[in-house]
Design a protein around this ligand. Structure first.
Ligand SMILES: N[C@H](CCC[C@H](N)C(=O)O)C(=O)O
Length: 275
């Protein structure tokens, strides 16, 4: 089975084209994505698939075999893959995901791929977050023996955002898993630790649902920047600083998010497992 491998700010994915094989089952996905026993990646992008409502359809699989509703870096990588195959040009096109239809435009196939990620919602019913229907803004939960103040948001996939004066990889690795699997989140959640640098810049450390610690995340960036905007801490144009690099976001008054960032091709890998 042949995979094309790309990364977006160090958030690396395989693209598996349906023309080159069936999507493995969840055990197979776990094996392919395993950094030691497999080829190693932060997930698999399965597409292009036919769509009734968009130009293409994309399925997004996490390394634990779970399926994600959306992936910002994954979408930019998929756009680049389509461009590399000559299936799109520099004109806008649409992609159907489990978390809704997005529109994309390739300004530069390596440096600048733009995706309209959709509208962020803070509604407990939409995210989802257990409890009565409300906007989940600066609530407190208990996790790993500590009280944690958080806000929650969705851009198709769920996010738990924790505001910090200073963020660290260590806290993302220590507390992230406890929040990912907290009973408040019936579908689990992605987790971001958010540091506001100034009204145009934020810094994130990320623990992803079904993937663990990653160097960058487009949907996490969209959710965390929108929480910062909702709290009045940033303006509408925000640069997101992550260990893997920078993403540029533009947030409308009704929390529609435009994300622009780079993609890099790593290469082609063939999977021929003995087990
Ligand atoms: N792990 C995420 C999907 C990938 C998100 C991230 N890689 C991005 O760029 O948005 C989830 O289960 O919702």
């Amino acid at each position: 089975m042949v995979f094309q491998k790309y990364h977006a700010l160090g958030n690396d994915y395989f693209v598996l084209d349906p023309s080159s094989g069936e999507l493995p089952d969840s055990k197979g996905i776990e094996l392919v994505c395993h950094r030691n026993f497999g080829l190693g990646s932060d997930g698999i992008l399965y597409g292009p698939l036919p769509s009734e409502v968009a130009d293409f359809r994309l399925r997004i699989l996490n390394p634990d075999g779970s399926e994600a509703e959306k992936s910002g870096n994954g979408l930019r990588i998929f756009c680049r893959y389509l461009h590399d195959r000559g299936e799109v040009t520099d004109r806008p096109f649409t992609v159907e995901t489990e978390g809704g239809v997005v529109s994309a435009c390739i300004h530069d196939a390596s440096e600048s791929i733009e995706v309209e990620m959709g509208k962020v919602s803070f509604s407990s019913q939409v995210i989802p977050v257990n409890g009565e229907e409300r906007e989940v803004i600066q609530e407190t939960l208990e996790a790993n023996g500590q009280k944690v103040e958080f806000s929650a948001a969705t851009i198709g996939n769920p996010h738990c955002v924790v505001l910090r004066d200073k963020v660290s990889e260590q806290e993302a690795r220590d507390l992230g898993p406890h929040l990912e699997n907290h009973p408040l989140f019936p579908n689990r959640t992605n987790v971001q630790f958010l540091e506001v640098i100034d009204r145009g810049n934020i810094r994130l450390e990320i623990w992803e649902r079904g993937a663990g610690y990653t160097l960058a995340s487009g949907s996490s960036s969209s959710a965390a920047a929108s929480v910062a905007r909702k709290l009045g801490l940033v303006d509408s144009d925000v640069t997101v600083h992550m260990p893997g690099g920078l993403l540029t976001l533009s947030i409308s008054d009704d929390f529609a998010v435009r994300m622009t960032g780079p993609v890099r091709l790593i290469g082609e890998l063939t999977w021929t497992p003995e087990d």
